[in-house]
Design a protein around this ligand. Structure first.
Ligand code: C5P
Length: 223
């Protein structure tokens, strides 16, 4: 496993959902399985990269041969990402919750007999991808985000690339009819400064291998 094209490169990958607590026993989450992120980490490690895998509570087993940093919330994920720097490249495959409950209760919420359910107030979570992509100093050379869209995939992903300030966006159509969310296959479009490149539908493992090869190519080009 020596002298792969990513030998000596440090790469971080975020993966999985985040869990945002409501009280000590309840949380808000999403349906991300963490399968694509785990496959990407495996593919990068197979090319020799030193991978830090920062994962929310995923439903697939974590990859082997990488450094695993388990987190629960978006804010913990941001801290773990910042602690993993510096890196040559960063791949943000996590499905981070956009909002958290502003003040999670310290004790379990109880029905109070009034028939009135509790009202939850939300706060916006930090955008981890945008935070890292817009670093003034120490920014990874290659910052890659994902875009899960249900319609107008390329237009939305191109806009997202510009707004977040990342180098590449891996866009996919997650409308229910595709069966991609939670499934074994993915059909992605890679958005770079040069334009949009649609890949045929293939396994998430194959998407990961292709993406890892492209990352190796990009990092190889400028030293
Ligand atoms: O804005 P949206 O959530 O669609 O962007 C998706 C991309 O941004 C993914 O790469 C995801 O990992 C990243 N992201 C993040 N932190 C957030 C929200 C999204 O890193 N709070």
């Amino acid at each position: 496993l020596t002298d792969g094209p990513l030998e000596g490169r440090r790469i971080l990958v975020t993966s999985g959902p985040t869990h945002e607590p409501i009280d000590p026993v309840r949380y808000i989450a999403n349906r991300s399985s963490g399968a694509q992120g785990a496959a990407i980490a495996r593919a990068l490690a197979a090319l020799g990269a030193e991978v830090t895998f920062i994962t929310g509570p995923a439903s697939v087993p974590p990859p082997q041969g990488v450094q695993i940093v388990p987190v629960e919330t978006a804010r913990e994920m941001l801290e773990a990402v910042q602690a993993a720097l510096p890196v040559d490249a960063a791949v943000f495959a996590a499905a981070v919750a956009d909002w958290r409950v502003k003040e999670a209760a310290g004790t379990k919420l109880k029905k109070d007999g009034s028939g009135r359910p509790p009202r939850l107030e939300f706060a916006e979570n930090p955008d981890i991808l945008a935070t890292i992509a817009q670093m003034q100093e120490g920014r990874p050379r290659l910052v890659i985000g994902f875009a899960a869209e249900t319609h107008d995939v390329i237009a939305h992903a191109t806009e997202k690339r510009a707004r977040k300030g990342c180098d590449w966006i891996v866009a996919n159509d997650v409308s229910p009819a595709t069966g991609i969310m939670g499934g074994a296959e993915n059909a992605v479009t890679l958005i770079t400064a040069e334009g949009a490149e649609s890949w045929p539908r293939m396994s998430k493992e194959e998407v990961a291998r292709r993406l890892a090869a492209r990352i190796a190519e990009a990092l190889g080009e400028d030293g």
